[in-house]
Design a protein around this ligand. Structure first.
Ligand code: ADP
Ligand code: MG
Length: 493
């Protein structure tokens, strides 16, 4: 009897131990998934993640295969055909033992996997559920109609610098005037990833929403537009879909490049677009490149997109990067009075080192702060070098002569071949001299090397060009500005 009881107790302890082990494993798995999810968000953007991958949930790892579940078959297929490669490589980065991924459709959508009622296990399980939610709902702000605005993305929180001044002014003007004119419809904002397009677009929307109650503003990513369109087709609900999109006062579509090459979605977008513009409703569009560079987009859509106001956001220069870091620090300290400020010297160091984009810059600041809180250590340049070592390495870019030629050619709208040529036409000779000047100023190449790589010129030509530009910059303000802009641009690549 006693023996039996002992066995029962032993079993229970064993069972509890195994459960605890399972929970610990699961907790570890979910932490890894949180990191994978973050990378997916960084690469594909919040909207894509929310549209397609938000319901992914890691279940277990078996023989090097991570098994994940998702809420519908449709999502499963979409993920497999669009994101499998990244899922694979990001999981592998987190956990080297993983070499395969399997996605299953969940039978029911109850994601809490644990029903055990033990105290300790219960606590752990609660934590896991929280973590689980964090991984899956990193930004669960979708509504049925569109995507809700992020309250941080306002004009007040948008720091202005050389690279985004025009875009900010135009956006603010549109938001404040709230008056649709042919000239600014659509407003098309483009620029590289993480430079503030979504922020600016949402700032317009939030401003108008706040000051014009009742205005119907619809904001969503192009990816979500496509998803809703595909769903409407599948559910034979296309009439409602059309009606819905045509009933808004302002339509904001983020990352329009996503629908390039997607035939029927493009067409549908085009019809929606035309009807809204014809009815004097404002459209705001963003993309990672200019309308004319959206190569897979139907020509007629391209031309309509470029038919309003087209504005670009460039890479942030050092001053803007530092300004943003200081502003973010202030916001963080307002939220948490106990937080120690990161010293200015460290912010300056980060602004110098993290040049890729503002999303990474923000990420770097959060990393430094988290590290100092966790490790309970003071933030110094030395500790920052360690914490950000990967990021700093990834941001290191040795400027090449080709970078300079390419940027100068683009800036002056000439060909790289012209820069290498001996043509004396002022329109070409001046940019060539600027390029040589920048090559001497910004790279470690010798005068001989610069000359020879600029189409076989001698070093005296480089010296002459250099003197010429220096002298001209003293009297020619436009040239001075051009050179400064190019230096800013080149120092941020
Ligand atoms: P994009 O849409 O161009 O990829 P986002 O608008 O998502 O970039 O910006 C990435 C991050 O950088 C966001 O957190 C955003 O708030 C921040 N950010 C970008 N530009 C600025 C700026 N000028 N001032 C403050 N924060 C900015
Ligand atoms: Mg964006």
């Amino acid at each position: 009897m006693v023996g039996e009881q002992r066995i029962c107790l032993g079993d229970r302890i064993n069972k509890m131990y195994l459960e605890k082990q399972n929970i610990a494993d699961k907790s570890h798995l979910i932490e890894q998934w949180a990191n994978v999810a973050l990378k997916l968000k960084q690469k594909h953007g919040d909207a894509s993640f929310n549209n397609w991958m938000k319901t992914l949930d890691p279940e277990t790892i078996e023989a090097g295969c991570v098994i994940m579940t998702v809420s519908t078959r449709f999502l499963k297929e979409w993920i497999l055909s669009h994101y499998l490669k990244d899922l694979n490589s990001f999981w592998k980065e987190e956990n080297n033992s993983i070499n395969n991924i399997e996605i299953k459709v969940r039978k029911n959508n109850d994601q809490s996997y644990s029903d055990n009622s033990g105290n300790l296990e219960g606590n752990i399980s609660n934590n896991i559920t929280v973590l689980n939610r964090a991984a899956n709902e990193i930004d669960n702000n979708s509504t049925f109609s569109g995507t809700r605005f992020d309250p941080r993305f306002t004009f007040d929180n948008f720091v202005v610098g050389t690279s985004n001044r025009l875009a900010q002014a135009v956006a603010k003007n549109l938001a404040e005037e709230n008056n649709v004119t042919v000239k600014s419809n659509p407003l098309f904002i483009y620029g590289g990833v993480g430079l503030g397009k979504t922020h600016l677009m949402q700032a317009i929307g939030q401003h108008i929403q706040k000051n014009n109650i009742g205005k119907k503003i619809l904001y969503m990513s192009a990816e979500k537009f496509m998803y809703r369109f595909v769903r409407a087709l599948r559910d034979k609900d296309i009439v409602n879909f059309k009606e819905y999109f045509r009933s808004v006062d302002m339509l904001m579509i983020d990352d329009i490049q996503f629908i390039c090459g997607k035939g029927s979605t493009q067409e549908e977008f085009f019809h929606t677009f035309n009807e809204l513009v014809d009815n004097n409703k404002q459209l705001v569009i963003t993309a990672d490149r200019s309308p004319s560079d959206l190569k897979d987009l139907d020509k007629k859509i391209q031309s309509r997109l470029g038919g309003g106001l087209v504005i670009d956001i460039n890479n942030a220069d050092y001053d803007l990067r530092l300004g943003i870091l200081k502003a973010k620090m202030e916001i963080l300290m307002k939220k948490d009075h106990k937080l120690n400020p990161v010293p200015d010297s460290v912010l300056e160091f980060v602004a110098r080192k993290i040049t890729s984009n503002i999303r990474e810059l923000e990420g770097a600041l959060h990393k430094i702060i988290t590290d100092s809180l966790l490790m309970k250590r003071e933030v110094t340049i030395e500790s920052t070098k360690i914490v950000l070592s990967d990021l700093i390495r990834a941001n290191e870019h040795v400027l090449t002569l080709d970078d300079i030629k390419k940027n100068v050619a683009e800036y002056y709208n000439i060909n790289i071949a012209d820069i290498n040529s001996a043509r004396k036409l002022r329109k070409i000779a001046r940019p060539r001299q600027v390029a040589m000047y920048l090559a001497k100023k910004l790279t470690k190449e010798s005068l001989m090397e610069i000359g020879s790589k600029f189409g076989g010129k001698d070093h005296a030509t480089v010296v002459y060009s250099n003197r010429q530009i220096e002298k001209l910059c003293e009297s020619n303000e436009q040239l001075r500005k051009d050179v400064q802009l190019l230096i800013n641009r080149l120092s941020s690549i």
